[in-house]
Design a protein around this ligand. Structure first.
Ligand code: ADP
Ligand code: ZN
Length: 733
């Protein structure tokens, strides 16, 4: 008889432990298999962590434990081999440990639905098959004319899909007469469109130097800092080529789904069908197929966004994170993992190089490279050897910068746009806020339209006449009157992408204007289309959020403007300056990437702010030193570690009490270097309608704090009606 230690599919912290089940069957069972279990009278999915033989009888075990172990039957075993291999399991444990996330929730995050350790997997897509016809002999003797016709068709195209052969009865006869056979093959529900193969560029001297430095670096993690347009992608491709030639595999991560198509194109031009894609926008069936293609070793390169860091590649030789500074690498719900940190953990597990690429590295990464924890390579010139764009900062507080035509686009910017339009050159306009008006309120009674789920401001979208919450996705129809006092003259404030497009249409009626933000990007095919059309010159101006600032290579763009650079500066996060700097530097970097020299314009209410000044000049090094100093003074990362605790409850008093109790107990520990901020009411004051209080822990020495949290969290989570979430290395606050 065997005792199985089983994790249940439930990701609650209080259930983050194994439960014992008995197994008497003959059918093979081993760690990392899924089994159906009876959990508190409900059918649930379990994930086996360990299998022990026992000589004891069932009665003895019941006696010892005080209760009866439930039994698992052979038909409850789902898998015929371990769901994930040992390395991936070790990785899951590391991630679970580091992020205080229940192990099962990490394993679930790693796998496509059909393979996930949850009951819902049983209803997930199955492997799809299709039938093919293969030729055995093209001998035409004793066949009818119709049969000969079919046989010739098959002979010319074999193997051919069965449904393309035509009459099933004729095919049946050909099978009987031993000319052909029908076989079943797995069907691939997703296929990367084949690209024409492309000969690689000759590497420039700088690229070759960086390439060698990365390969020769004694460090496993290397930062490649290359200014925008310096040709980092070519370096990724060359390194991948090298790694593949050694029989190893490559994991290529991009920060956002909408950047995958471009990267996939680069890789499939170079490497053809070796490339697989993995991201959350594939249908569950497609994702399952791609996953198996990778797991079976049929694809050696995986391109994907955040969750692709868990791609089941074996024998990884290189992990690359492009634009490593981008914050969408961090998942903003549990388990709150950061793909960069997970990539580094995976790199340790696989003993392979991890390459972090960026023009504007995150402070954390740069600081580690600076201290020699990471290796470092640099490319400080653009491929075209053009100077970086000439950048003008426009002060929005200075009325002289405006004419009567617009309150949003300054006179010098209007003029510059006109000039570029006249020259048939393209323009990028960045406004990092989508929608039309960014807030609606009632001037009579003071009512502010906020989200009932999370407490944030609602934005008006003209496209569908809706108020939307950009934090949680809540939508409601735009009301014609104030719900409190009935006033019909509502005040609308702020503006976003939709409004800027309207303004441009009025100012430049002949210009072809496209918009790109996550509303357009809800369907990622739309993103691809807009990007491609803009690339092909079907539009003159592209207005968008940060989505247009990253990654893309538009050779004909010679003006890149930030319409309102200050948006990020007022956000409640220690990273406000870093975000603003990055956004501006990236936006400026989109201009003048080909033959023509580029220009950039930055409109701002804070023309003297260091993030804006250094961003406009793309002066990363000076910004880095300045901002490091700010962080040191304020004791924020990379000088400290942060953990953000959220106390959620339907009952506000309970949330408040739990947060204060936690703080009090934590302070009694007298842990060196630990300080707490809060409890405070966060900007998004509700969590799915529950009340929320947050407590931020700042500390320098991880060991003691993490140990305490490990012990205390399960205890506090047991408190009735309060749910505590833990966000390690939060990017906000
Ligand atoms: P980055 O990612 O560093 O901003 P890209 O990788 O997009 O830069 O490269 C910028 C441009 O330079 C692209 O159009 C690319 O095709 C081109 N390029 C890159 N390497 C070379 C090379 N060795 N020779 C010629 N063109 C190159
Ligand atoms: Zn909301």
């Amino acid at each position: 008889m065997k005792i199985l230690d089983v994790l249940t599919e439930y990701g609650a912290r209080s259930l983050d432990r194994t439960f014992s089940y008995l197994y008497l069957g003959e059918r093979e069972i081993a760690p990392r298999y899924r089994v159906k279990i009876d959990f508190n009278g409900h059918l649930a999915m379990g994930f086996v962590l360990a299998v022990h033989e026992t000589a004891k009888s069932k009665a003895q075990l019941t006696e010892e434990n005080g209760y009866e172990f439930k039994e698992i039957k052979p038909e409850d075993i789902i898998d015929e081999e371990p769901l994930i291999d040992e390395k991936m399991f070790e990785l899951a444990k590391k991630v679970s440990d580091y992020y205080f996330a229940p192990l099962i929730s990490v394993i679930q995050a790693m796998l496509p639905l059909s393979l996930s350790p949850k009951l819902a997997a049983l209803h997930g897509p199955k492997i799809a098959y299709e039938k093919w016809v293969e030729l055995i002999s093209s001998d035409e003797s004793d066949l009818t004319d119709k049969q000969i016709e079919a046989l010739r068709l098959i002979a010319m195209n074999a193997p051919i899909l069965k449904k393309e052969v035509g009459s099933p009865s004729i095919l049946e006869k050909l099978v009987q007469k031993g000319r052909v056979r029908v076989i079943k093959k797995e069907k691939q529900r997703f296929q990367i469109p084949p690209e024409e193969r492309e000969e690689p560029h000759e590497m420039t001297i700088l690229q070759r130097k960086a390439y060698n430095e990365i390969l020769e670096s004694p460090k496993n993690v290397v930062l490649l800092q290359g200014v925008t347009g310096s040709g980092k992608t070519e370096v990724y491709l060359r390194l991948s080529e090298k790694v593949l030639s050694e029989g190893k595999t490559v994991l290529m991560l991009v920060p956002e789904i909408n950047l995958t198509p471009a990267m996939v194109e680069y890789f499939s031009r170079r490497f053809g069908p070796k490339v697989a894609i993995l991201h959350s926008e594939l249908t569950p069936g497609e994702r399952y197929d791609e996953y198996r293609r990778i797991a079976n070793g049929k694809a050696q390169i995986v391109v994907g966004a955040r969750s692709a860091v868990f791609a089941p590649l074996k024998n990884i030789g290189l992990i690359i994170l492009d634009e490593e500074h981008v914050e969408s690498y961090k998942q903003d719900n549990a388990p709150y993992y950061h793909a960069r940190e997970v990539a580094i953990m995976r790199g340790e597990e696989e003993n392979c190089k991890v390459l972090l690429g960026s023009a504007t590295p995150s402070l954390e990464t740069k600081a580690r490279a600076f201290r020699g924890v990471y290796g470092y390579a640099e490319m400080n010139q653009r491929i075209n050897e053009k100077a970086l764009p000439k950048t003008t900062i426009l002060d929005l507080t200075d009325r002289k910068n405006f004419n009567r035509n617009s309150e949003k686009l300054s006179a010098p910017l209007q003029e510059k746009i006109k000039e570029k339009l006249d020259h048939h050159e393209q323009i990028l306009l960045l406004i990092n806020r989508r929608g039309y008006w960014t807030g609606v309120n009632c001037p009579k009674c003071g009512h502010i339209f906020t989200c009932p789920n999370c407490g944030g401001n609602l934005t008006y979208h003209a496209e569908d006449n809706m108020l939307k919450c950009h934090h949680c996705g809540f939508v409601q129809r735009y009301p014609s009157e104030c719900p409190d006092c009935g006033n019909t003259r509502l005040r609308r404030i702020g503006y976003g992408t939709e409004r800027v497009v309207k303004e441009l249409n009025e100012l430049f009626p002949a210009a072809r204007v496209a918009r790109m933000d996550s509303d357009v990007g809800k369907v990622s095919k739309n993103v691809e289309k807009v990007i491609k059309d803009f690339h092909d010159g079907k539009y003159d101006i592209l207005v968008g959020t940060q989505m247009i600032a990253k990654g893309h290579d538009f050779p004909n763009v010679t003006l890149s403007a930030v319409v309102l650079a200050d948006i990020g500066l007022s956000l409640p996060t220690y990273r406000a300056s870093e975000r603003t700097f990055e956004l501006i530097a990236q936006a400026v970097g989109r201009s003048g990437r080909s033959i023509k020299t580029g220009e950039a314009m930055i409109q701002t209410y804070n023309p003297d702010h260091y993030a804006i000044r250094f961003g406009a000049k793309q002066d990363y090094e000076t910004f880095f030193r300045y901002e490091m100093n700010q962080r040191k003074i304020a004791q924020y990362p990379p000088y400290t570690y942060l953990v953000l605790l959220e106390f959620n409850s339907k009952n506000e008093t309970k949330a408040i009490e739990a947060s204060y109790d936690f703080k009090k107990e934590l302070e009694m520990q007298e842990i060196e270097s630990l300080s707490t901020v809060g409890p405070i009411v966060p900007y998004y004051s509700l969590n799915n309608g529950k009340y929320k209080r947050i407590l931020l822990l700042k500390f320098k020495k991880q060991e003691e704090v993490l140990q305490y949290l490990k012990a205390a969290l399960p205890r506090f989570n047991g408190l009735s009606g309060v749910d505590i979430t833990v966000n390690v290395d939060p990017l906000d606050y």
